[in-house]
Design a protein around this ligand. Structure first.
Ligand code: HSE
Length: 367
């Protein structure tokens, strides 16, 4: 059959505008708690959009969780069926699929799967960075790209992991480690590129901001406000990390090293939490037209990083004083765009799952 040029043109014009090549990306997920499940839910809910608009087709080839067990399925795990299985409280080892291999630990799962991307969503330990750092080293050795929301490795070993990723031709993405689903690294890398950022300041912990708001607005006692924050799921597994400022400190260290180019550790920044603040302090500040906030800040002065986390009494006219509840906010002082402030949720299952989603999608686009 002879095909005319006109037929060819007609065929091309009839193609949908957003037709993109579909690429299958193999994913291994280490950790299967709230964040991991949030990510899988997004993959299910946004399946059609991900394939039509971005040409992204996920193939989940393995999941390993320290408490729930593990499964590897070379032909891909049925994600909706897997989510239903996990949510019913059953062990991951009991998930059945043709060709499934179970009972392998997290390092073995990374070694034995031929995934393109590792999603690392195990619990955060900012004192040791483990077990997440070992997972990341193992994945990078194999040239797997990484999407993570785990603050531990990025706080303690950013330079090493970043270099390892470059040497192994892999991508390392961690959008969610500072403000969960509220983007800051992509904001800096894309929208604010070319700007020089010399100073960053903000509210980096939802639990303490929520507590201070309750203590001021509702005269709620410190312990009651903490109990409510835990009940609502804002607090870390050990709330000391929140109230003593360790969680905010980790985020300040990350911002210092990743954005300002420093190389500081957790002992190089001043850290004061809110456990010394009483309801009387909060109410007294209110009567003075001031408001307590746990402020994280870092700046570059003569090539040296000066970083801290501490409660500050701000005038109500300060934009950060207006940020109430479990919301996070960050102001970047830039040379070309002036002060840029972003605020949004700093925690949450779907928000943090989204942070993984955007990292995975960006890895897919840049592969
Ligand atoms: N516990 C943290 C907070 C969660 O309250 O902000 C996110 O790091």
């Amino acid at each position: 059959m002879k095909i005319s040029i006109l037929d060819t043109v007609k065929y091309i014009l009839s193609l949908p505008l957003d037709k993109v090549n579909l690429m299958q990306r193999k994913i291994v997920m280490i950790g299967c708690g709230v964040v991991g499940q949030g990510f899988l839910e997004i993959l299910v809910d946004k399946k059609e959009l991900l394939s039509r608009k971005y040409g992204f087709e996920p193939k989940l080839v393995g999941v390993s969780d320290m408490l729930k067990g593990s499964v590897m399925v070379p032909d891909g795990i049925d994600i909706p069926a897997f989510l239903e299985h996990v949510k019913s409280g059953k062990k991951i080892d009991e998930f059945s699929a043709p060709g499934a291999i179970t009972g392998v630990d997290s390092i073995g799962t990374i070694q034995q799967t031929d995934a393109d991307i590792m999603v690392e969503v195990t619990y955060t330990d900012i004192k040791t960075g483990e077990p997440a750092t070992s997972h990341m080293r193992e994945a990078l050795k194999k040239g797997m790209s990484i999407a993570t929301t785990n603050k531990g490795p990025v706080t303690l070993h950013f330079k090493e992991l970043h270099e390892m990723a470059e040497q192994n031709n892999a991508q390392l993405k961690y959008e969610g480690v500072v403000m969960s689903g509220t983007p800051i690294f992509d904001l800096l890398d894309y929208c604010l590129a070319v700007n020089d950022v010399k100073e960053i300041k903000g509210i980096l912990n939802g639990t303490t901001n929520f507590m201070l708001t309750k203590m001021e607005d509702e005269n709620m006692a410190y312990d009651d406000a903490l109990a409510l924050a835990q009940k609502l799921g804002y607090a870390e597994a050990d709330p000391t990390a929140d109230v003593e400022g360790f969680d905010a400190l980790a985020k300040v260290i990350i911002l210092s090293n990743v954005v300002l180019g420093g190389n500081i550790g957790i002992d190089d920044a001043e850290r004061v939490g809110i456990s010394g603040i009483t309801i009387e302090d909060v109410q007294k500040a209110k009567a003075e037209g001031m408001r307590y906030k746990l402020i994280g800040s870092t700046k570059l002065v003569d090539g040296k990083i000066i970083a801290s986390v501490k409660p500050e009494k701000l005038p109500l006219s300060d934009p950060l004083a207006g940020v109430g509840g479990a919301i996070n906010a960050l102001t970047f002082k830039t040379d070309l765009s002036g002060d840029i402030t972003i605020l949004g949720s700093g925690a949450g299952k779907i928000e943090t799952g989204f942070a993984i989603m955007i990292d995975v999608l960006n890895i897919h686009k840049e592969m």
